[in-house]
Ligand binder design. Structure first.
Ligand SMILES: *Cc1c(COP(=O)(O)O)cnc(C)c1O
Length: 385
């Protein structure tokens, strides 16, 4: 039996290879590899797609977060409220600019920040909230922006997993003060290498980010700040320009895959399918289930989930654990002194989550095989009596 990978980038490439190959060769022949008209054009198209006046590309989603925080002057003494259930870069860049991440527990159904807990975490040092639209599900931005406005806080959206997702009809990355995107190959809009972007309606901040990404210079060889070098290659921009045209179609395919999973998996006791909150359009970067209990016992140590994962793997089905260790429990953040049980929901959920294979080209037959294997593991009593 063929194995089923967590995702497969080659199938997507095959569908657009003629166009991509021609675009890549044209860039190679042009001699313009950094900045230039193709990058400018992609920035304009991406801003238009997201619904902002500005887009500035950079080398990665990580750099997008870094440059956004630098541009807003976030630094030593400042606190940024964020989620402990995200890829490390979100908090890492808060620390990288000299500020302190303040982790707030999550909602177990959406995996996103629990907005009820944000106000209690705000201190006089709080500068910003950095919500993450995890797995492609938008945060309730109406509520989050109301909290931010009330306390005069910046909102830096981490949209790395949610390119194209909307909240109340507005694309994420256009609702907060600034949106940070990743074009890492596995993301919904992925380049053939590293890439990232920020989107904003603030032209002063956009200009500042352009300055920072070019060694702190607006005019070449005249430097006004310590910046960095962080640009999107013209090759990647040429590829992304082609892929952006198909993003909505690919996201629609992901939604169909997710809907079929949820149909096949409902109702299986102790297996929780992902919740979609009304008001948002999810882009299904991941389809993540929770295995919650067996025989009335909780899965505190993650062993139930790990057994199911191994069982699937033995049948050639790759599933993934996003994320096994909440960020407040990472070794590097020991100095922040979070106590075990302080963020109980995320500590529990990290032991329960399992992300099933998810990519636009996943077939119904493959999904049926995956679900059959999950039901088989249930029949063997792995997560249900
Ligand atoms: C991928 C990702 C990033 C980092 O993006 P890179 O392009 O890999 O640097 C940041 N935040 C989240 C939530 C991500 O998933």
């Amino acid at each position: 039996m063929n194995s089923i990978p967590p995702l497969d980038l080659t199938q997507q490439y095959e569908t657009i290879s003629d166009e991509v190959n021609a675009a890549v060769l044209a860039v190679l022949a042009s001699g313009q590899y950094i900045n230039g008209p193709i990058v400018a054009d992609f920035e304009q198209q991406f801003a238009q797609y997201i619904g902002t006046t500005e887009c500035v590309t950079c080398n990665s989603g990580t750099d997008a977060l870094f440059l956004a925080m630098r541009a807003y002057g976030i630094g030593p003494g400042d606190e940024v409220i964020t989620t402990p259930f995200t890829f490390f870069a979100t908090a890492e860049m808060v620390t990288a600019v000299g500020a302190t991440p303040v982790f707030v527990d999550i909602d177990p159904d959406t995996f996103n920040l629990n907005l009820d807990l944000i106000e209690a975490a705000i201190t006089p040092r709080t500068k910003a909230i950095a919500p993450v639209h995890l797995f492609g599900q938008p945060v309730d931005m109406t509520r989050l922006m109301a909290i931010a406005r009330k306390h005069s806080l910046l909102v830096i959206e981490d949209c790395a997993q949610a390119t194209g997702a909307t909240w109340q009809g507005q694309r994420v990355g256009s609702i907060g003060h600034i949106g940070c995107f990743s074009f890492f190959p596995t993301k919904n809009l992925g380049a053939c290498g590293d890439g990232g972007a920020i989107t904003t309606n603030d032209s002063v901040i956009a200009a500042k980010i352009r300055m920072l990404r070019e060694h702190g210079s607006r005019q070449r060889y005249y430097h006004e700040a310590i910046g960095t070098t962080s640009r999107l290659d013209a090759l990647q921009a040429a590829i992304l320009r082609i892929k952006l045209q198909r993003l909505d179609q690919w996201n629609a395919q992901r939604r169909a895959v997710a809907a079929y999973y949820s149909q096949l998996l409902t109702p299986l006791p102790n297996l929780v399918t992902p919740t979609v909150i009304p008001g948002g359009e999810h882009t299904w970067h991941q389809y993540t289930i929770r295995l919650t209990a067996t025989d009335g016992q909780t899965t505190r140590d993650g062993k139930v989930r790990d057994r199911v994962k191994s069982f699937l793997q033995a049948q050639g089905i790759s599933s993934m654990i996003y994320y096994p260790v909440p960020l407040h429990q990472q070794a590097v953040y020991q100095s922040l002194n979070y106590q075990p049980g302080q963020l109980p929901v995320v500590e529990q959920v990290a032991h329960e989550v399992l992300s099933l294979p998810m990519f636009p080209e996943l077939t119904p037959e493959q999904q049926e095989r995956i679900v059959y294997a999950l039901k088989d593991s249930r029949d063997q009593g792995m997560f249900s009596p």
